[in-house]
Design a protein around this ligand. Sequence first.
Ligand SMILES: Cc1cc2nc3c(=O)[nH]c(=O)nc-3n(C[C@H](O)[C@H](O)[C@H](O)COP(=O)(O)OP(=O)(O)OC[C@H]3O[C@@H](n4cnc5c(N)ncnc54)[C@H](O)[C@@H]3O)c2cc1C
Length: 433
Amino acid sequence: MTKKGIVWFKTDLRLHDNETLIRAIEENDAIIPVYCFDTQEFKIVNEKNQNNGAFRLKFLFESITDLDQNLRKIGSGLIFLMGNPLVEIPKIAFNYNARKVYAKREVAIFEKQLDIKMEAELWKHKCFFEPFSTSTLYHATDLPFALKDIPDVFTTFRKRTEKETKIRDVFEKPKRIVSPTIPALKLPTFFELGLTENISDERGVLPFYGGENKALERLNYYLFDSHLIKKYKETRNGLLGGDYSSKLSPWLANGCVSARKIYAEVKKFEAEFGANDSTYWLIFELIWRDYFRFIFKKHQHKLFTFNGISNQNKAVPKVDAQKIVNWKMGKTGVDFVDANMNELRLTGFMSNRGRQNVASYFIHELNQDWRIGARYFEEQLIDYDASSNWGNWAYLAGVGNDPRSGRQFNIEKQAKEYDATNAYQNLWLKAKV
Ligand SMILES: Cc1cc2nc3c(=O)[nH]c(=O)nc-3n(C[C@H](O)[C@H](O)[C@H](O)COP(=O)(O)OP(=O)(O)OC[C@H]3O[C@@H](n4cnc5c(N)ncnc54)[C@H](O)[C@@H]3O)c2cc1C
């Protein structure tokens, strides 16, 4: 009897360095690759917030289309399912008589619970479920600490991990996949989903386009074509244009490129052109990304609560709806905040410097519940990633993994330092907002 396995793609929309896919191919005679679009997730967001989520969705659909095309080149294709994964995935497993479902292991609480329920649901059809950790630089099981002992201070985590843990090699992309005939991919239109497709404002840092091919192109550009990585540490706090930082985050968030692949390419670059503080710093930032994921794994739902993982017992501040709308619409009257919020609203992206400032302003000057700000970022950002987003917000609110109590930025000083000529503010405060 033919052994069949379902590969359930989630935020790992790539063929390279995808252990889930590799193991499924090794263990089966035929593979059925699927993606399940959970309408509920986008509906919740959009009922409350009109057209938010449209930039993120566009990038996601581009990534799914690219994955389907890449799969077809090696003999397979992607089945697009829509609905509740707990219903759709077991249904397809049953229809294809699959013996096992392979998927990326999750860290955030909601997704983790879904995995647990999925395992139980599949088992009713005598089908196994096996998740694989594929999103981090350091493999979770290679860390020098047990999950419960992961330090709540980043530097402690980084120093020991860098010293004691080897980063695993990248898995090559499969050359061939045997699959039953997979019908042509058909994605729902924005209209069908109750959304209007947003055209990203041409003032944006990059015309971001989803998918593994574009991710690898961007990585190659940032390292080997332009050598921009050599100056990364000095330029990474920039605000304007495509070159001040890697801009890999939207592709990383959708799993179009793996953190290990970036690491491997940086090492290749260093071997050829030399290492410096900047080449290391890109890895350093990827360790931050890892760290937020492991902290999430350790503290679970706590990072979604107002007092986070701190021992504080502060009361949730009163909601001021007008202040929140002004912040979202770039109408606070503070130019640096407004310019950044316009960029986010009109493109789905904002620099790291901008994110820190607008979040600090929301938390410490508007005195609003940081989780409302985090939720807005979740809807808007094309690079939305639960751990990085909620982890950074909690950190700035002083309830995350930081020994200091809250990080308040002096916005005026920051604007003078990072936008000395007002070029950024002038760009994003112009009409058309
Ligand atoms: C309030 C707030 C919310 C954020 N929300 C997200 C989010 O939802 N998704 C997201 O990917 N990043 C988030 N970040 C982190 C950071 O701002 C973005 O990763 C970065 O701006 C993306 O641009 P880049 O790819 O050019 O980054 P680079 O500077 O080129 O960095 C390379 C990679 O390192 C990782 N990285 C860099 N800085 C951080 C950081 N502070 N925390 C975690 N990872 C980091 C990212 O994966 C990034 O792509 C947030 C930061 C703040 C302050």
